[in-house]
Design a protein around this ligand. Structure first.
Ligand SMILES: C[S@@+](CC[C@H](N)C(=O)[O-])C[C@H]1O[C@@H](n2cnc3c(N)ncnc32)[C@H](O)[C@@H]1O
Length: 234
């Protein structure tokens, strides 16, 4: 699998996920994240959001996805994240039934309890995908859906840019970033038992460039992707 170090054009100091998001949380730019995943979530045709009564949002961060899911009628949403500072913001939103500090690959959530699992903009921080797909499988009910949205591996490699933020002293700091090819997602998901239902990709477009004009050279490149997986019954 590709090693991000071979693409890194920035050479920023790199920190682990917990220290990075704990530091970034106060200035975390929701607008950037929203342009990556919300258009993809809205484009999905195979997910009957309003009829899904329970969801677990893995790597829920500040709760953007939870808020979107509530707006779509998903009744009970649990969230899990490694970073307590992100969970504190999610808690203030008041959209989650339960928020738990923990790892997406080994949650303490109940077996077979959820109609829907969501994982938005988390996979680039995971060294391996298989533990995530296996854990999501354990949590899903029969016929349950897994919606995973990620930062596209193409743009991570083409831009050589890790997930990063500017800290209080003005230093650009990278958060541990891994490149996962789409084939790696497919292999990990199929090995765990998931069936592919839908896949979409979003390109760098005018909406993105209005917020990130310096990305003009990437116009038309794949920016993010969404998979919808189903846990077959029986
Ligand atoms: C870019 S944020 C996305 C948060 C949220 N899903 C969203 O779309 O707004 C990435 C989040 O993933 C969390 N994260 C990364 N690796 C994780 C892991 N192994 N287990 C749990 N959370 C993790 C981080 O703490 C951070 O809150």
């Amino acid at each position: 699998m590709p090693d991000f170090a071979n693409f890194d054009t920035r050479g920023y100091r790199t920190v682990d996920v917990h220290s990075g998001y704990a530091d970034w949380v106060s200035t975390y730019l929701a607008t950037v994240a929203e342009l990556m995943d919300i258009p993809l979530l809205e484009a999905l045709r195979s997910v009957p959001w309003a009829s899904l009564s329970s969801a677990a949002d893995l790597g829920c961060g500040t709760g953007r996805t939870g808020a979107w899911l509530r707006g779509r009628g998903v009744a009970a949403i649990d969230g899990i994240d490694l970073t307590p500072e992100m969970l504190a913001v999610a808690r203030e939103r008041g959209v989650y039934r339960r928020l738990v500090e923990g790892d997406v690959a080994a949650t303490s959530l109940e077996d077979g309890a959820y109609d829907l699992l969501t994982v938005c903009l988390v996979d680039e921080h995971l060294p391996e995908l298989s533990p995530l797909y296996r854990e999501a499988w354990r949590l899903a009910k029969a016929n349950g859906l897994l919606v995973l949205v990620g930062f596209h591996p193409h743009i991570i490699m083409a831009s050589g840019m890790p997930t990063h933020f500017r800290n209080a002293s003005g230093e650009q700091v990278a958060i541990e970033t891994h490149v996962h090819l789409l084939s790696e997602h497919v292999t990990a998901a199929l090995d765990a038992g998931w069936t592919l239902v839908e896949m979409r990709e979003r390109l760098v477009d005018d909406d993105w460039l209005a917020v990130k004009p310096s990305w003009e050279r990437f116009r038309g490149h794949p920016l993010s992707f969404a998979f919808v997986w189903r846990k077959p019954s029986g």
